[in-house]
Design a protein around this ligand. Structure first.
Ligand SMILES: Cc1ncc(COP(=O)(O)O)c(C=O)c1O
Length: 394
């Protein structure tokens, strides 16, 4: 008799996530397989993580090699993969310095500490960070406080003070909320978890101009948009602005747990003793992340994300034209949402699992599609065909 992994999970694991009833055991490129051997096209990519696909040979080789050489040392010592990864990120961005942690939330925590220290040193003790409603910045207490969705905060009050939330895509709201206490503005280039909300083309440029005028830091949370997802290596390049600080995670490691914040020199306010991490930037994760990042850069994977994203949106628009259940398709690069007239996303998700395409629900009426950036045109077409089959079974 085969093991019932799902009932074992319900017995032993903290019940904090609503999972789909699939036990995945293998991945290759854009495909994953479950414990019964059924194949799926993975349009979730580990929540926008597997940017170069599952078990990419470059990453597998880098992990094998590093695991058999040196896995962990602590940051008391210098290690080569960490420095190589920092260099490739700086060489290919507008930022000057990198700090590695282990997750997106940790990257955000670091950037918020940096903003507070910056405010202390340069803005007379200013400490507030303005963020947007519907944003998502993580699950630690401080990043939950930064996140502009009250339902993530309510069970955990009192939350970390110092965050002011304003409407996304509204520069005037940021201007009105700015006071002598404001140190930084923190925004996602496109809001991912909040529903794939795309700002107007000039929004970030206007926010940048306001930050320059007021001496505020512009922090862009690129945990989801970074490393090619929107069609450029970094989301800020799509909108033609230079942030002072960015946060990365997800696609940076291509599957290994790593996060980072990058800052320009002029605002790297953190000094020795201010911040640290036992595992952050260890040789194993940075060697894997370096393999993934250098592959993304060498093979213009953001370019593929742009072309495949346009194809995906075109296919989905076609599907919308013949399917009244879909009310909107929106996205940029390979961060795409399908919104329905009614709250049927959960049903569509289950039927899509059966049809063999894995999707992600961000709202009761909205699904998010974020496949690996190495996806082929045939896989894009097949994924949409499987979604169509699911919709036909509604
Ligand atoms: C924009 C953004 N910031 C931060 C996070 C938190 O990242 P992690 O789950 O790695 O802590 C996420 C996760 O979805 C995210 O999308």
């Amino acid at each position: 008799m085969s093991t019932d992994w799902i009932s074992l999970e319900s017995q032993y694991y903290a019940q904090t996530v609503k999972r789909q009833p699939l036990v995945l055991v293998k991945g290759q490129g854009t495909h994953v397989w479950d414990v019964d051997g059924k194949e799926y096209l993975d349009f979730t990519a580990g929540w926008a993580v597997n940017n170069i696909g599952h078990s990419h040979p470059d990453m597998v080789e880098a992990i094998h090699k590093q695991a058999s050489t040196l896995i962990q040392t602590s940051n008391q010592f210098y290690t080569i993969p960490q420095i190589q990864l920092a260099k490739i990120l700086v060489d290919n961005s507008c930022l000057d310095r990198v700090f590695f942690g282990n997750s997106g939330a940790e990257a955000l925590e670091g950037s918020i500490k940096l903003a507070r220290k910056y405010g202390k040193k340069n803005r007379d003790g200013a400490y507030e960070v303005i963020t947007a409603f519907n944003s998502f910045h993580g699950r630690t207490l401080t990043t939950v406080s930064a996140t502009g969705q009250p339902h993530y905060q309510e069970p955990f009050h009192p939350i970390t003070p110092g965050f002011v939330h304003v409407d996304y895509n509204d520069v005037g709201a940021i201007m009105s909320a700015t006071t002598d206490s404001t140190a930084a503005i923190l925004l996602e280039p496109i809001q991912g978890e909040g529903g794939v909300n795309i700002p107007s083309e000039d929004y970030l440029r206007k926010v940048r101009a306001w930050c320059d005028k007021q001496g505020l830091l512009l922090i862009l949370d690129e945990v989801q948009t970074g490393l090619g997802r929107l069609g450029s290596l970094f989301g800020y390049q799509e909108y033609d602005v230079e942030p002072d600080v960015i946060t990365l995670a997800k696609g940076l490691g291509g599957g290994v747990p790593i996060g980072a914040f990058l800052s320009k020199n002029h605002c790297m306010a953190l000094e020795p003793g201010d911040h640290g991490s036992t595992f952050g930037g260890n040789p194993l994760t940075t060697a894997a992340a370096y393999a993934s990042t250098s592959f993304i850069i060498r093979h213009d994977i953001p370019g593929n994300a742009k072309v495949m994203g346009e194809r995906l949106i075109r296919n989905l628009e076609e599907l919308k034209s013949t399917n009244a259940a879909i009310s909107e398709v929106r996205g940029r690069g390979l961060l795409v949402a399908v919104e329905f007239e009614n709250n049927i996303a959960s049903d569509v998700l289950s039927l899509s699992n059966q049809a063999g395409v894995l999707l992600n629900m961000v709202k009761p009426n909205t699904l998010r599609l974020m496949p690996p950036l190495t996806i082929s045109s045939d896989e894009v077409d097949e994924g949409v065909t499987r979604l169509e089959q699911a919709l036909n079974r509604l």
